[in-house]
Design a protein around this ligand. Structure first.
Ligand code: FE2
Length: 216
């Protein structure tokens, strides 16, 4: 059995640039919104689910439009995450999956149920979602949970708060983001991938990069 799911939360409200949230939301408005096909290997969706609708701002645009976030990932966030782990912690070399934005607009989008392939993930929540408004991040306690229904049966629920960074190892506990309740709501999270000495970037499945970026 893997260890029980745990996460660490940092309130970075006073460590982010002035107007950071407005900038992120402006960038998120131009996200690539569509039906994303289920991800190979790491998906934990029911067999009938072929696509999940959501928005994504790719890493090149994050770097271009939110340079402070790119720096934040490789600087301050990295130091916070490294302080939690006994081994050395590394940001990615391949900028395509270093820091991206995941976006849900309206009440029909959610984030695919999956496990992570990287050993440490940092999520900077960029929007607030009060109780009852949806958009929670949900982790299965059972590592074998194979779809959203199974995750929901027994789970840890994290309510996004803007300016909070959470750090976790998501390799063993399937997780997904719930739909928002309101048609006019927006959920944006910055996703940061980190690796460690015992689980370096070279372990990232090639199939993932083929699926996401068309690598040969
Ligand atoms: Fe994840």
């Amino acid at each position: 059995m893997p260890p029980p799911f745990s996460w660490t939360s940092f309130d970075l409200t006073d460590r982010l640039p002035v107007a950071w949230q407005d900038q992120v939301i402006a960038t998120a408005a131009g996200a690539d919104f569509r039906q994303f096909p289920r991800t190979p290997l790491i998906s934990r969706e029911a067999g009938r689910v072929a696509h999940v609708a959501r928005g994504r701002v790719h890493a090149d645009r994050v770097k271009q439009e939110l340079p402070w976030l790119y720096e934040f990932y490789r600087g301050y966030s990295l130091r916070l995450v490294a302080g939690l782990h006994p081994q050395r912690v590394f940001p990615v070399r391949d900028d395509r999956y270093g820091v991206v934005l995941n976006v849900q607009r309206g009440n029909s989008m959610r984030f695919e149920c999956h496990v992570d392939s990287n050993p440490l993930t940092g999520l900077l929540f960029c929007t607030d979602h009060p109780e009852g408004s949806g958009g929670e991040l949900v982790f299965a306690r059972d590592p074998l949970a194979g779809d959203v229904a199974a995750v929901e049966k027994d789970c840890s629920v994290i309510r996004p708060q803007a300016g909070h960074l959470i750090v976790f190892d998501g390799r063993h506990h399937p997780h997904y983001a719930r739909r928002l309740r309101s048609e006019s709501d927006l959920r944006v999270v910055a996703v940061m991938n980190f690796y460690t000495e015992s689980c370096p970037e070279s372990t990232r499945p090639r199939e993932l990069n083929r699926h996401l970026y068309g690598d040969s």
